[in-house]
Design a protein around this ligand. Sequence first.
Ligand SMILES: Cc1cc2nc3c(=O)[nH]c(=O)nc-3n(C[C@H](O)[C@H](O)[C@H](O)COP(=O)(O)OP(=O)(O)OC[C@H]3O[C@@H](n4cnc5c(N)ncnc54)[C@H](O)[C@@H]3O)c2cc1C
Length: 382
Amino acid sequence: MDFQLNEEQQMVRQMARDFAEKELKPRAAETDERGHLPMEAIKKMAPLGLLGLPVPEEYGGPGIDSVSAAIVIEEIGRACGSTGLSIAAHNGLGLWPIVAFGTEAQKRRWIPRLMSGETLGALALTEPGAGSDLAGGVRTTAVKEGDSWIIKGSKAWITNASHAEVIVTLCRTDPQAGHRGMSMILVETSREGLVVHPKETKMGVRGSPTHAITYDDVRVPLENLLGEEGRGFHQTMMTLDGGRIGIGALSVGLAQAALEEAVRYAKERVAFGKPIAEHQAIRWMIADMATEIEAARILVYRAAWLKDQGEPFTKEAAMAKLFASEAAERAAFKAIQIHGSYGYSTEYPVERIYRDQRLMTIGEGTSEVQRMVISRRVLQEY
Ligand SMILES: Cc1cc2nc3c(=O)[nH]c(=O)nc-3n(C[C@H](O)[C@H](O)[C@H](O)COP(=O)(O)OP(=O)(O)OC[C@H]3O[C@@H](n4cnc5c(N)ncnc54)[C@H](O)[C@@H]3O)c2cc1C
């Protein structure tokens, strides 16, 4: 869809690519091996506006559109999957709900801090017993006591928790009211009773920290409610609609990286007297990868564009995330196949890309959940 990108979107791509090539790609293997985010490089994103993608200019943000924001995540993911996931979660999950639902005081307090690179945004929805079924499964409660909320429960798989000063937490504020009894609450990680547990050991995106959290009667002021009481589930669904564009974009970036590595290798490696790129079986794999990546990219940009038009985009974001994440899986598989044994070695990036992309069909709603979202709307439409 490059032919339709406007000048600003093209400039954003160039800027993000230059940055990611210089600051992230050379460190991607080390980021994965050591299991640490490249925080020095991430701090350098602050002056470029990459840590404030959803923030309008009046709050000091870059004021870019959602297609540009998707392009940024795509380019970061092309260079480093771990950083891509943490920056997508920071912007789309941690920061966006504050921009969208925050009071003026909450925005003035948290947006500049989150854009500074000193702390990363985080959103805590998932629990040990609740992932796909948040409405039925969330057990974390927030009870009013005087001028405070008392929060009790536990969350699981929370990206960036160890780098966060504040965690947007989905709680049950009225246990009798089903999904209408849920609310988002801003919980500072410095509060007594909040414990961020050691990071999970993962298959991929190892540099992106993922943590369990326990809230043991954590007391926060009533004004830490984010958005409306009882609207937390609805606000979560809105957040995930946008977040899925981010994961779709990250999937496109990872798939693009896999394609580029595969093409480079196919031109160099010789078998049966010619570069393997001359063999039809290899060419077909490259053709399929390139075609699916292009289709995925267009779906992602279209969902982002609809969001900016103020049009419904729930179905389109789910389609983009579903198709892009599954296309990334196929592209990474083929990239390893094209590399033969070398693709199975940690010496070549395709091994890391394969592990990194595997998350994309799971996080922010599994492929099965995306199909539920899409089919519900399609069945209503026809
Ligand atoms: C690296 C990583 C980072 C993450 N970051 C965050 C984060 O920052 N914040 C956060 O809140 N969460 C985060 N998560 C959690 C993630 O969003 C959930 O793991 C995901 O939503 C799936 O939930 P679950 O693991 O509980 O699976 P489950 O809901 O238990 O699902 C298990 C399987 O059953 C299937 N299934 C469930 N219900 C149905 C159904 N009705 N029909 C058909 N199939 C069904 C699922 O598709 C899946 O295949 C992260 C997870 C990982 C691994």
